[in-house]
Ligand binder design. Structure first.
Ligand code: IVH
Length: 665
C-alpha cells in the first residue's frame, strides 16, 4: 500500500508540475501522449484504490483549471500607479482627515467638496481605452505591475467595447461576485468536492485570473467603476462618475457630494444602511476630495493618496457558546459538521447554527464543545465560526467527536486521504435519497415550486416516493390522505410537477444528480452530445475531450449509466415525458445581438427569463445604461424602469419579449 501511495503522490506531483508549466508558462515539457499516459495511470490507480483519492487530485477537478493557474507571464506595467486606501474607523478619524486636507490646500479655498461612495469588497481592476477601443485590462498586482486580464474582463460583457474619446483613457473599478452567485458557486463546488472560496472577494479575485475566459463568464462576476484616472472629462470626480454612468459604464449609484462633516458622516451611515439589502459585499465607504486640482495639491504618501480615505464598517460578529456539533449528510454523501449554538442575535436575525465546513476546520480553530466562539456573517447564507474566545475558560469543554459511521444510516464512512471530510457511500441512506430528490426539484434543476423539505420528508415517510422517477407518477388520492394536504394544494403541486416537464435537457441531466457533474459541466455535455442516447454511448475519452471536463468526471458519468438502478430511473423519467435532448440549436438562428435588463415581478423567476434570453445569444445585465436595448419590466418595477425611461431605453413586457425572440428564429 505504501508503494501505491508513494506512486500516487508522485503522479499527482508530476501532473501538477506539467499542468503549471503548460498553463502558466506555456511550456510543453512532455508530449501529449506521455502526459495522457501519466493521467491514465493516475485514474487507474484511483479506480483500483478509491480510498486513497484526495480532493486535490487533478482527476477531481471538473471544469476548471483551478485558481492557482494564473497567467502570470502576462504582466502589465501600470501607466499610473494603483494606490490603496488608508483606513479609518470613527468620526474622529474622518474629522482628522478633513482637517489635514484643509491645512494643505491653498487658503483661498473656503469649502471643500467630498464625494462619499461605497467601498466594494472585490478585486481592483484597471482598464484602458486607446483610439476609442478597449485595449487593456489589468489586476492591481503590487500597484506598479499587474496581470493582464483583458479577455476575462471582456467576457463579462459589461464594458463598452468602444468609446467616442480617441485619446488614452484609464478607468478603474472593482470586480466583485454577487453574494447569491458566490453562494451558488460554493454549493456547486461542495458537490463537486472542490475547496470552497472563503468569501466573495476571494472568489472574485480567483475567478478574474482564470485562464479560460469562457469559464470566467460563467462565474457571474460584475464590475463597478469608481474613477477616471487618465483622459478625465471634467475638473472633478463627481462629474466624471456621472459621465461614466452616462457613457454606459456600470457605476454604483449610491454616491454623494458634501462639504460639511455632519453631512459626510450621514452619507457614510446612509451607505452602511443600504448594505444589508444588497447582493454584493460592501465593507466601507470611501471619502474622496472631489476637485482634481485640490487632489494634485495633496498628492500621495508612498502607499496612499492624501485626498481619499476609507471608512471601514465594523464587521458583524457575535459571541456565543457552542452547545454541540451535528454532522449533516449531503446528497453526495459528504458529511458536514454544523455548530449548534446558544441562539444569539446577529445583524438582525437570531442565529442558532453555524457551519464548520469540514473536519480540518474544527482542528484549525481548535474548537471544543462548550467553548465560547465568535461567529460572523460573511457572504454565506449560514454564518460561520471565525474563532474561539480563549479568554473565557471552560473547564468542562469536550472534544468534538468526528463520526466514523453515517449519523443517519449507520454505515461506515469512507474518508478521503486527507481526512478532511467523511463520506457516506450507502446509496439507500435516507439522507442521500432525500437530498437527491430535493436537488432534483431545486431551483437550478427542475424548479418544482412548493416541492420542499417538508413535503419530500412526508412523501418519503409514507412511501409515496422512493426516488426521483416517482415524482411524475404521484397518486392524487394517496397525497390527499396525508396530513395538511387539501385538494387545492395537491392540484398546485401536481401542476408544478407537470410544468417542470418542459425544463430543458441540461436541467434534467443536472437534476439527476450525477456526482461531480455540476451545472456548467452538464451544459457542456449537453451542448456536445445533444441527447441522452449519444451521451450514454460516449466513451470516457470522448467526454473528457470536452474542454472543461476532466477524465475523473468523464469516468463517473460513464459508470453512472452502466448502473442498472440509475438506468431504470432514467427510463422512467423518459417515459414520463421529460426532455432528454437539447432544444433545437441556434444553428439557423442569428444570435440576437441585444442587451436586456430585467426588472419587476414577472410570471417566472428572473433566472428563467435570463436563461431564455441568453439562449438566443443575447446579453442580460443588471443595470440599465445607455447601451441597454430593452428593459423587460414586470409589475412593481422601480428605479430601473425610471432610469430606462430617462435614457430612452425601450421598455417591453413578456409578450413583446416573445415577439422579439421569435423574430430571430
Ligand atoms: S479608490 C487612489 N473607490 O479598495 C484610490 N477604491 O483599499 C484608489 N475599492 O484597491 C481606490 N471600492 O480595490 C476606491 N469606491 C472605491 C472603492 C475602492 C473598493 C477598493 C480598491 C482599492 C481598495 C483600497
Amino acid at each position: 500500500m505504501d508503494k501505491i501511495l508513494a506512486r500516487y503522490k508522485e503522479l499527482i506531483a508530476l501532473i501538477e508540475k506539467y499542468n503549471q508549466e503548460y498553463y502558466v508558462k506555456n511550456i510543453s515539457a512532455i508530449s501529449d501522449y506521455e502526459y495522457d499516459q501519466l493521467y491514465k495511470e493516475l485514474t487507474q490507480l484511483e479506480e483500483a484504490n478509491p480510498e486513497i483519492i484526495i480532493r486535490t487530485s487533478p482527476t477531481q477537478f471538473v471544469g476548471d483549471i483551478d485558481n492557482n493557474l494564473v497567467s502570470s507571464d502576462k504582466k502589465i506595467e501600470h501607466q499610473i500607479r494603483m494606490y490603496s486606501l488608508e483606513n479609518s474607523y470613527s468620526r474622529e478619524d474622518i474629522i482628522e482627515f478633513i482637517d489635514k486636507v484643509k491645512k494643505v490646500v491653498s487658503a483661498n479655498v473656503k469649502s471643500i467638496e467630498f464625494v462619499i461612495e461605497p467601498k466594494i469588497d472585490g478585486a481592483a481592476v484597471s482598464i484602458k481605452y486607446s483610439g476609442g477601443v478597449l485595449v487593456e485590462a489589468a489586476t492591481r498586482g503590487d500597484g506598479v505591475i499587474g496581470e493582464d486580464i483583458l479577455d476575462n474582463i471582456k467576457s463579462l460583457g459589461v464594458l463598452p467595447e468602444s468609446i467616442e474619446d480617441k485619446g488614452d483613457v484609464i478607468i478603474r473599478g472593482e470586480a466583485y461576485m454577487p453574494i447569491s452567485t458566490f453562494n451558488k458557486l460554493n454549493i456547486e463546488r461542495e458537490a463537486e468536492g472542490k475547496t470552497l472560496f472563503a468569501n466573495p472577494r476571494n472568489a472574485a479575485a480567483g475567478s478574474l485570473k482564470l485562464l479560460d475566459s469562457v469559464k470566467v463568464a460563467s462565474r457571474g462576476l460584475k464590475l463597478f467603476l469608481y474613477s477616471v484616472d487618465l483622459g478625465r472629462k471634467n475638473s472633478n470626480h463627481f462629474d466624471d462618475l456621472k459621465y461614466l454612468e452616462e457613457s454606459g459604464f456600470p457605476v454604483n449609484e449610491n454616491y454623494f457630494k458634501f462639504s460639511e462633516t455632519d453631512d459626510i458622516m450621514d452619507a457614510i451611515f446612509k451607505v452602511e444602511k443600504i448594505r444589508d439589502g444588497l447582493d454584493y459585499e460592501l465593507d466601507g465607504a470611501v471619502v474622496k476630495v472631489n476637485d482634481y486640482a485640490i487632489r494634485d495639491e495633496l498628492g500621495h504618501t508612498s502607499k496612499y493618496p492624501r485626498f481619499a480615505i476609507s471608512y471601514k464598517y465594523k464587521s458583524e460578529s457575535a459571541r456565543t457558546k457552542l452547545l454541540s456539533v451535528t454532522f449533516q449528510v449531503g446528497r453526495t454523501g459528504a458529511i458536514t459538521p454544523v455548530a449548534e449554538l446558544v441562539p444569539v442575535s446577529l445583524s438582525g436575525s437570531v442565529i442558532a447554527r453555524a457551519t464548520l465546513h469540514n473536519n480540518d476546520e474544527i482542528k484549525r480553530l481548535g474548537v471544543r464543545i462548550g467553548d465560547t466562539v465568535i461567529i460572523e456573517k460573511g457572504g454565506e447564507v449560514i454564518p460561520k465560526i471565525i474563532s474561539v474566545d480563549r479568554d473565557i475558560f471552560n473547564a468542562d469543554s469536550r472534544e468534538i467527536e468526528v463520526p466514523t459511521v453515517c449519523p443517519v444510516c449507520n454505515s461506515t464512512l469512507t474518508n478521503d486521504i486527507s481526512g478532511v471530510k467523511g463520506y457516506c457511500i450507502n446509496r439507500e441512506c435516507p439522507a442521500i435519497v432525500q437530498g437527491n430528490i430535493l436537488h432534483f426539484g431545486s431551483r437550478d434543476a427542475m424548479d418544482i415550486k412548493g416541492f420542499g423539505v417538508r413535503i419530500v420528508e412526508q412523501f418519503l415517510e409514507h412511501n409515496i416516493i422512493k426516488d426521483i422517477s416517482d415524482i411524475y407518477n404521484l397518486d392524487r388520492k394517496e397525497i390527499l390522505k396525508l396530513e395538511g394536504f387539501q385538494s387545492q394544494s395537491v392540484d398546485n403541486l401536481l401542476e408544478a410537477i407537470e410544468q417542470s416537464k418542459s425544463q430543458p435537457f441540461h436541467r434534467v441531466l443536472y437534476g439527476i444528480g450525477i456526482k461531480n457533474i455540476g451545472r456548467t459541466a452538464t451544459k457542456l455535455i449537453v451542448k456536445q452530445f445533444g441527447d441522452i442516447d449519444t451521451i450514454m454511448k460516449a466513451t470516457e475519452e470522448e467526454i473528457s475531450s470536452i474542454y472543461g471536463i476532466g477524465i475523473g468526471s468523464a469516468s463517473i458519468l460513464v459508470n453512472f449509466f452502466k448502473d442498472d438502478i440509475n438506468m431504470k430511473i432514467v427510463d422512467r423519467l423518459r417515459s414520463s415525458g421529460l426532455k432528454f435532448e437539447k432544444e433545437p440549436d441556434l444553428l439557423n438562428k442569428t444570435a440576437l445581438d441585444k442587451s436586456f435588463v430585467i426588472t419587476g415581478k414577472l410570471s417566472h423567476e428572473r433566472q428563467y427569463f435570463k436563461d431564455l434570453i441568453e439562449s438566443y445569444g443575447a446579453r442580460v445585465s443588471s443595470s440599465v445604461s445607455k447601451n441597454t436595448d430593452y428593459l423587460l419590466a414586470g409589475t412593481d418595477a422601480g428605479s430601473k424602469l425610471k432610469k430606462a425611461l430617462e435614457l430612452g431605453v425601450k421598455v417591453i413586457d413578456e409578450n413583446e419579449l416573445n415577439t422579439i425572440l421569435s423574430g430571430c428564429s
